[in-house]
Design a protein around this ligand. Structure first.
Ligand SMILES: Cc1cc2nc3c(=O)[nH]c(=O)nc-3n(C[C@H](O)[C@H](O)[C@H](O)COP(=O)(O)OP(=O)(O)OC[C@H]3O[C@@H](n4cnc5c(N)ncnc54)[C@H](O)[C@@H]3O)c2cc1C
Length: 319
């Protein structure tokens, strides 16, 4: 009897694991966005939790592909043990869509030239190319880990990010209730990079093109400031007391003063219920500027805001 119960118990599975995949389709959505659909026998078990769930894209090495990649549950320590020349590069991306019945996963890559291995790989990707995804396992109890969108019960959603955050923003908007209200401000390289995305009628979606005239964050930062001042600060939505605000401003200042501090500050559990929840992701210095503004000047409670530096200008992801 005991034996059969033990046999029936599901085996403990890690939240994330490696999935072998091949490129099924490549769709050039706009000058800087490419959607790549991956397929593979194991992708029927790829996690479907969506929102801003992150994954790792492991890229092939010249000549040997994935021959040296440790496909074990605890792959990272094993990867680190490898000599440098045998370590497959990997980068962080967002799952844009999952279709378990078709065993397919979509990821939207931003093209920024051949300066990074992931951008270069996506620029030349073609059906049949192989890749390894480190992603959530639908059969694991931890299948929703890697999601940072955790609003409480709120009235107003503020989403802001650059092109690297556009796939996450699109997935989040698609999952909001029909009566949601707020704004999504998305900075993109060019006016032709506006994508068709579904959003509730009460959420304004604004695409901000840098074109040739602006650097990263130059359109996004003033747009967020302007929106917050007009819609939130005017309604007195800052919830912290003066004392809490001073302590949070000090903590933010200390954090910002540490050179190269990773910019990742997401409320634990779920955020504060109430008036608003802000989710901001993109180039780290633009996000740092927004963090200073929201926490130090506008007085938003840190428990109302998720700040995520998705990448850093002039730095490769693993530097
Ligand atoms: C949680 C999370 C989710 C993400 N989701 C997505 C996603 O869905 N789609 C997506 O495209 N990106 C996404 N990113 C960002 C992506 O991981 C980085 O842009 C990454 O650096 C790309 O790797 P790479 O090999 O092309 O360049 P790296 O080798 O990492 O960098 C090489 C050089 O390129 C610069 N660089 C990196 N990214 C850009 C860029 N977008 N524009 C201009 N210069 C750049 C770096 O500053 C560096 O100088 C996400 C990041 C995180 C942390």
């Amino acid at each position: 009897m005991l034996t059969s119960l033990a046999e029936a118990a599901p085996r403990e599975r890690p939240a994330y694991r490696s999935f072998r995949a091949q490129v099924a389709r490549v769709e050039r959505l706009s000058p800087h966005f490419t959607s790549i659909t991956f397929t593979g026998d194991e992708l029927g078990e790829f996690g479907t939790a969506g929102l801003d769930q992150r994954v790792k894209v492991v890229l092939p090495l010249p000549e040997i592909g994935f021959a040296a990649f440790p496909e074990v549950d605890d792959w990272y320590p094993a990867w680190r043990e490898l000599p440098q020349e045998l370590r497959n590069p990997f980068r962080t991306y967002t799952v844009r869509a999952v279709r378990p019945d078709a065993r397919e996963v979509d990821i939207v890559f931003v093209g920024h030239g051949d300066g990074g291995p992931a951008s270069a790989w996506a620029a030349h990707a073609a059906p049949g190319d192989e890749l390894v995804l480190i992603g959530p396992d639908e059969l694991s109890a931890g299948r929703t880990s890697g999601i940072d969108w955790r609003p409480g019960e709120v009235e107003t959603y503020v989403l802001a990010g650059d092109e690297t955050a556009a796939p996450a923003i699109a997935s989040i908007l698609g999952a909001l209730p029909d009566d949601a209200s707020g704004v999504a401000l998305i900075e993109v390289p060019s006016i032709d990079d506006r994508l068709e995305i579904r959003a509730p009628a009460g959420v304004e979606v604004r695409w901000l093109a840098r074109d040739a005239h602006h650097t990263h964050g130059e359109r996004l930062v003033p747009a967020v400031r302007d929106w917050v001042v007009r819609h939130l600060a005017a309604r007195g939505l800052a919830r912290a007391t003066d004392e809490e605000r001073a302590a949070m401003a000090l903590a933010a200042a200390e954090h910002d003063d540490v050179p190269d501090a990773p910019l990742w500050d997401v409320p634990e559990g779920h955020s504060l219920d109430g008036d608003c929840y802000a989710w901001l992701a993109g180039e780290a210095s633009a996000i740092t500027t927004l963090r200073r503004f929201l926490v130090r000047e506008a007085g938003l409670d840190r428990r109302q805001v998720a700040f995520m530096g998705y990448w850093r200008l002039g730095r490769a992801e693993l530097d």
